[in-house]
Design a protein around this ligand. Structure first.
Ligand SMILES: *Cc1c(COP(=O)(O)O)cnc(C)c1O
Length: 295
């Protein structure tokens, strides 16, 4: 899978929104129109392995608005692999834009009731056909390994704090794995009450990296995963007007809100240099009514 842009832009903030802190945003949303942001990195090794092992199909799990599902569908099509997605919940009459796109990229979708969706092992046995399985959201050590390569795009050593959004935490685990000792890695959870997140992240780190600290904030979910109250859309508009940064309703808008809030509390020492990871996912905004957002 090729990156569609060789230069990964770093955007500097200039407005007063962030309390005059020095902040760069790593625009991973620019690397690919569909396999955007962190998904490109998380899928790199699973794709390689599936091809090496001679598998014909990658199978994975996700919800109706999962960026991982659509990214997997596209990446498989590009790699000459088939893809199969097990989708949480009954099939609705109107498929989400995400699922419509996944089908267009050749993914075979299977809808399973929520209770059944939790029984991943049983589903893998039920559906297995010699597939190469990737966990929900791309969670796993191969995903972590791929995400570790995010820092190879830039000189990351100049930053004191690196902040990213967390779903499964795989991306954050990769950043922790690749971080320098003088850096603090901070995650903003997009889910409400995601109790096991820290443990799930630790489980992906190699033994030599188990002592690296990281912090997760759990209070910036705006009501829960994919919930997007009016204030969130207002914030997205403001961020666009003042910094020209497009964000998505599930992850990056909440991430940037958290960064703004932490900056206003002077959470970071004054000399800090912050790197915010824009993890992509902008196509998720297609589920909003047309005209909701200015970008
Ligand atoms: C999938 C996704 C995340 C979550 O990544 P994890 O590695 O699961 O924590 C964050 N941001 C965007 C835009 C995503 O699509």
């Amino acid at each position: 899978m090729q990156l569609t842009s060789n230069t990964i832009p770093l955007q500097k903030f200039g407005s007063k929104l962030f309390n005059s802190y020095a902040i760069d945003v790593l625009r991973l949303d620019k690397i690919h129109p569909v396999v955007s942001g962190n998904k490109w990195f998380k899928l790199k090794f699973p794709l390689e392995r599936a091809l090496q092992e001679g598998k014909s199909t990658i199978a994975t799990f996700g919800g109706a608005y999962s960026n991982h599902i659509v990214a997997t569908a596209f990446a498989c099509q590009e790699a000459g692999l088939k893809s199969m997605g097990i989708i949480r919940g009954e099939k609705s009459a109107n498929l989400s834009p995400t699922l419509i796109a996944a089908e267009q990229y050749g993914m075979e979708l299977h809808f399973v009731p929520r209770e059944q969706f939790r029984q991943k092992k049983a589903l893998m046995e039920q559906f297995d056909n010699g597939y190469y399985w990737v966990d929900e959201g791309g969670y796993g050590s191969d995903g972590m390994k791929g995400a570790s390569e995010i820092f190879s795009l830039i000189d990351s050593s100049v930053y004191s704090h690196i902040i990213c959004s967390c779903g499964t935490g795989t991306t954050l685990a990769g950043l922790v794995n690749a971080s320098f000792p003088h850096q603090t890695i901070i995650g903003i959870s997009a889910l409400k009450g995601h109790d096991g997140l820290e443990r799930d992240i630790r489980a992906l780190l190699p033994p030599s990296k188990q002592n690296i600290p990281f912090s997760i904030f759990h209070d910036y979910h705006f009501g829960g995963y994919a919930k997007h109250p009016k204030e969130l859309a207002e914030w997205m508009k403001e961020l666009w007007q003042k910094e020209h940064l497009p964000t998505d309703i599930v992850y990056t808008s909440k991430l940037l809100f958290a960064v703004k809030d932490l900056c206003s509390q002077q959470y970071f020492p004054a000399e800090s240099r912050l790197l915010v990871i824009h993890s992509g996912g902008l196509q998720g905004n297609l589920s909003l009514p047309v005209g909701t957002l200015p970008f």
